[in-house]
Design a protein around this ligand. Structure first.
Ligand code: DLL
Length: 439
């Protein structure tokens, strides 16, 4: 059988489960998970009682719409361990991500949760193109961030050889990618771009190396950015998605076959899209906020977690044969949305407009300032090494970029053209927006 008709899968039975079986499994697991959270977490019990629901009021998957949402604020209010559903001694690992205030959002994993995470990350990496025996160069940050250890244990579970690089030390990353012959690069897309650029500066032809796939995620990116990374690195660049509150990476992954939307692992998560204003569930295909309920997590079961990520679901059959619903590319968050002179702007829209613009490198930063009562936005871009650097040429380029951005995002913003290398480089998740507005 050819590769295309039978793509490799880590868990074929689960990944190709017929819809009827998947729905029945989800309902069984959802009932159990709701009961677990309700019985073990006083905060969850109080919220259920206030909403007039209990685990046994759920008769079908659609009934989930009657249950209360969980938000970042619930984690903040119960900091650090108040949402854990098992005794703290059974939590073998803690991770944390940024919270909305000074305190981080803390998440925990039991032995079974860590096993599940490894399995789902092995599934994710295989879906993205990794194979047992491959060398996986892992440039996701190790530490409290879930990216590094999540990809690490998943790659080991898949029986790959892991190079645990973490972020930073980019020249050394390039050297070891070349010397070891990495087949798969795990990194944020912005850091992958940084690696490609440093390699070019070192005279290393990365596209000529054995590298075949990139498993890129943890931040929004765009189709033009994908094409750029694929050309520079000579790979297929594949989108992977996850968030600490739900698991870390390993919630959803594109397949390298179709590269068109991320299969959300429905045997372990229930996905909904809701209207971000009214919070009512939207039909399949409509754009809204992604809400996720965990079905099998022990330490931190999550009921209807509001991800703030804006996307849509697709249940169209996929060329790879997986039956799990696809989460289309996340276009932004409804809480990092910028409102500039009344116009809603997502940083990812700006990125898509800048990547590939003649004379510009792919690095950019958005600087927000206050102009009287109004917010003003300046986009700092970088000219390529071969674009002329005299003041007149830079002003012309800035004018052209400004015109182009206006036509794409509908708002006029300042544009500053910087010399090559002058826009700060990513070492992990890119800081795309610098907010200099005094409150
Ligand atoms: O970023 C987990 C992860 C690590 C995913 C490595 C993929 C690879 P957090 O730090 O909790 O977890 O951040 C989660 O990052 O709600 C999205 O807004 C954003 N995000 C993650 N993956 C993608 C993606 C990890 N593929 C938050 N596209 C999420 C767009 C993404 N945004």
């Amino acid at each position: 059988m050819s590769d295309e008709s039978q793509p490799f899968m880590f868990d074929r039975d689960a990944e190709t489960m017929p819809r009827g079986n998947l729905t029945a499994l989800q309902l069984r697991r959802l009932k159990k998970s709701l009961a677990h959270a309700y019985l073990k977490v006083p905060h969850v019990r109080r919220k259920f009682e206030a909403a007039g629901v209990a685990p046994d009021t759920l008769g079908s998957l659609a009934d989930i719409a009657h249950f209360p949402f969980t938000e970042k604020a619930d984690l903040r209010d119960t900091y650090p361990f108040g949402l854990f559903a098992v005794p703290r001694e059974e939590v073998l690992r803690l991770h944390a991500s940024s919270g909305t205030t000074g305190k981080p959002t803390v998440v925990g994993y039991t032995r079974a949760d860590l096993d599940l995470w490894s399995d789902l990350m092995a599934r994710t990496l295989a879906c993205a193109g990794a194979r047992p025996g491959d060398i996986v160069h892992n440039a996701y940050g190790y530490g409290l961030f879930t990216g590094g250890l999540g990809a690490h244990y998943g790659a080991e579970r898949l029986r790959c050889t892991v190079v645990p690089m973490s972020g930073g030390g980019t020249e050394r990353q390039v050297m070891l990618m070349r010397d070891f012959g990495a087949a798969v690069l795990c990194a944020t897309p912005s850091y992958a771009l940084n690696i490609a650029e440093v390699a070019a500066g070192m005279g290393v032809d990365i596209a000529g190396l054995p590298l075949r796939y990139g498993a890129f995620g943890a931040e929004p990116w765009s189709e033009p950015m994908r094409r750029d990374l694929e050309a520079r690195l000579g790979i297929k660049a594949v989108d992977i998605y996850g968030l600490s509150e739900i698991l870390g990476p390993g919630v959803a992954a594109e397949c390298h076959v179709a590269q068109s939307g991320l299969h959300g692992w429905e045997d372990h998560f229930l996905f909904e899209i809701v209207d971000p204003e009214t919070l009512t569930p939207l039909p399949m295909g409509d754009v809204g906020e992604l809400v996720i309920t965990t079905l099998t997590k022990e330490a931190l079961p999550m009921v209807r977690y509001r991800t703030r990520d804006i996307t849509r679901l697709s249940d169209e059959p996929c060329a790879c044969g997986r039956t799990h619903v696809r989460i289309m590319r996340v276009t932004g968050r409804n809480d990092d949305m910028l409102i500039i002179r009344g116009v809603n702007v997502y940083p990812s829209q700006i990125e898509a407009a800048l990547v590939g613009f003649a004379g510009l490198g792919p690095h950019y930063q958005i600087v927000l300032t206050r102009d009287g009562p109004l917010d003003a936005m300046t986009v700092e871009v970088e000219r390529t090494g071969d674009a002329p650097g005299d003041a007149a040429a830079c002003a012309r380029l800035a004018g052209n970029v400004q015109h182009h951005l206006k036509s794409v995002i509908g708002v006029t913003c300042g544009v500053v053209v910087k010399a090559p290398g002058k826009v700060p480089r990513s070492q992990g998740k890119a800081v795309r927006v610098k907010d200099e507005r005094a409150n």
